[in-house]
Design a protein around this ligand. Sequence first.
Ligand SMILES: *[C@@H]1O[C@H](CO)[C@@H](O)[C@H](O)[C@H]1NC(C)=O
Ligand SMILES: *[C@@H]1O[C@H](CO)[C@@H](O)[C@H](O)[C@H]1NC(C)=O
Ligand SMILES: *[C@@H]1O[C@H](CO)[C@@H](O)[C@H](O)[C@H]1NC(C)=O
Ligand SMILES: *[C@@H]1O[C@H](CO)[C@@H](O)[C@H](O)[C@H]1NC(C)=O
Ligand SMILES: *[C@@H]1O[C@H](CO)[C@@H](O)[C@H](O)[C@H]1NC(C)=O
Length: 682
Amino acid sequence: MVLSLAVSLVWFSAAGVISQRDSFVFNGFEPANLSLNGASLVRSNGALQLTNSSLNLIGHSFYHRPLSFRSDTSFSTTFVFAIVPPVPGQGGHGLAFTIAPSPLLPGAQIGQWLGLLNSTTDGNSSNHVFAVEFDTVQGQNGDIDSNHVGIDINSLVSNASESAAYYSGDNQKQAIILDDAVPIQAWVGYRAREKRIDVTIAPFRVDKPHRPLISHTLDLSSVLLPSMYVGFSSATMKLGSAHYILGWSFSLNGEARPLDLSRLPSFPRPGAGSKRAETIMIVASLSGTFLLLAVAVILGAYLIRRAKLSETLEDWERDYPHRFSYKDLYLATKGFKDREVLGSGGFGRVYKGNLPGSGAEVAVKRVSHGSKQGVREFIAEVASLGRLRHRNLVQLQGWCKRNDDLLLVYDYMPNGSLDRLIFHEDDDDDEHEMQQQRTVLGWKERYRILQDIAAALLYLHEEWEQVVVHRDVKASNVLLDSEMNGRLGDFGLSRLYEHGSNPRTTHIVGTLGYLAPELTRTYKATTEADVYAYGALMLEVACGRRPVEPKAAVEEMLLVEWVQELYSEGKIADASDQRLNGWYMKEEMEMVLKLGLLCTHPQPQARPSMRHVWQALGGHALLPLEPRFMCEDLEFKNMSTDSSSILMQTPLESSSDSLRPEGGFDTVHSPLPLLDGKGLSA
Ligand SMILES: *[C@@H]1O[C@H](CO)[C@@H](O)[C@H](O)[C@H]1NC(C)=O
Ligand SMILES: *[C@@H]1O[C@H](CO)[C@@H](O)[C@H](O)[C@H]1NC(C)=O
Ligand SMILES: *[C@@H]1O[C@H](CO)[C@@H](O)[C@H](O)[C@H]1NC(C)=O
Ligand SMILES: *[C@@H]1O[C@H](CO)[C@@H](O)[C@H](O)[C@H]1NC(C)=O
Ligand SMILES: *[C@@H]1O[C@H](CO)[C@@H](O)[C@H](O)[C@H]1NC(C)=O
């Protein structure tokens, strides 16, 4: 260490550059005194490319000689960078402005280590590495999200970090997407006297915001050695982006001189020409005769860019509360990136999002409706459903309409959906994770979740100002919040299809296996049909089997029928989930199975109300729990038809993805005559 220090001092005096006011400006890097290492290179137009979009790369670019720091040395720098993923939303891992003892950073690793450190050296104070990271992947270093700026000292665990954003003139926080293939300017300033570091970013050609994104108190005197290299580091791994620096100004003990933005080089982009900023840079190099054409191009590109994020509101849209702007949702979901998809349901994909400004986590459901019909009525309804409040409902925060897309914003539920917990449908790419999640959801939790959902349905059916029929109660619509409370999601969504449909065609909304038999006759959404679906859910939870098992033997294919069969043979206990290994209260299990049968009674009038179900689950059963009538039903059904022939019947017309062509199943029940409910609905 001492030796190398001595060497650099000698080198310093030979070059005659020891100065307290070292500063340099690169408006493009051709020519420039840089030490390049790894994948980095200077392109022929002067853009510094730290990495291309290939995988597993590291690129370093440092000012060619070390600068001398003292404990009272301040510094200031500004640079323009661009991160260009091959496919929008699939970029990684990021870049970092770096001050380090060596321009080579030996031993550094790819990916989340950004070519700065490795898993052994991370956190060691002998690293003497300071960095400001621009990170586009949420790594395991306690990263807050996949689009953030962080201050790092000797470790990739940031001392301070913020989602990428800037404060506009009116002090509004505006999100910035780092890997959006647009130039972004950054400013980093350290004042030794105040021991404070400020980091600011802004879109290209936006003046430096007055308020920094991060302002953090930090003493760098123990980190910065007398001789340090300043520059940039970047890495890719399983995800790759091209990382560019277009211009860079740096100054010790003084404000960095401004960049001449008009002289900065352009950078290659997939589908170039559709964005304003780059077009402006191209224009700078065009000569007179092309100017007119260029102006047209700018205007066109500007309009395209604006059209991409703008929205034209129809008058009525302003009348409904809870409207989100498309731009906010676009930024929240990082442009509806595949990476942010939480799942896809019958109505469309669901994205995870962080709202710009508050940073609140939300789930954004993108419903592709395909027709403008009925959307207005639906939004009127959504706006009113937004007022539903219950601890067992997934809160609907608002909506946004754009062309044919409808975006619904819900509270984010960190523990996923009930079907995943019961059937372990999680991603099978991680063996280890699978092993951990293989534990069976216990009976106590299952019972409590059933109680929660009963409470939610009771609220919708009886306790709100108007009757709300859910129409799609099923395990995948039961979500678990951070405290594992069951919450019912997606209420009212099915109404969209009803409003949108041609009155002469009829649609059944719902999911096979949860559909009440009378729906095939009446097509009418009723609370009784919700009770039927809830009954199927109860059986599913108690038996650990799906309502429809296409691969099972014919007599076991439909869960409701199978349990009915066992019940009529006096063997209802055999229906319970074998994986529970008997770890449940026999009385509770039996009650849930019997209640499930009552709720799935073929005759709607015979089903209990949600209030009765909720009371029974709470231990205040007012119901006779013996579904005596089942035998009659079963006899009748066996006479009329059997499941195998039903499979051949023509599918029902369906408008919901979740209703598959085998929807014909449900005709099983349709010809049933009315049976006496034996006083159950009293
Ligand atoms: C590169 O460094 C040398 C001396 O170290 C200096 O003479 C030259 O002007 C520098 N070139 C640029 C482009 O900064
Ligand atoms: C990206 O850079 C690496 C390392 O410099 C190089 O091997 C590779 O060929 C480059 N890939 C492309 C597509 O240019
Ligand atoms: C981490 O880097 C150090 C040098 O800085 C090197 O000696 C060590 O082998 C590296 N460890 C790993 C796991 O790459
Ligand atoms: C930190 O790094 C130094 C030098 O590489 C090493 O001697 C020391 O053991 C490391 N400390 C820890 C806690 O790993
Ligand atoms: C913040 O920086 C200090 C060095 O000044 C370091 O010792 C500490 O571990 C860092 N804190 C976090 C949370 O990374």
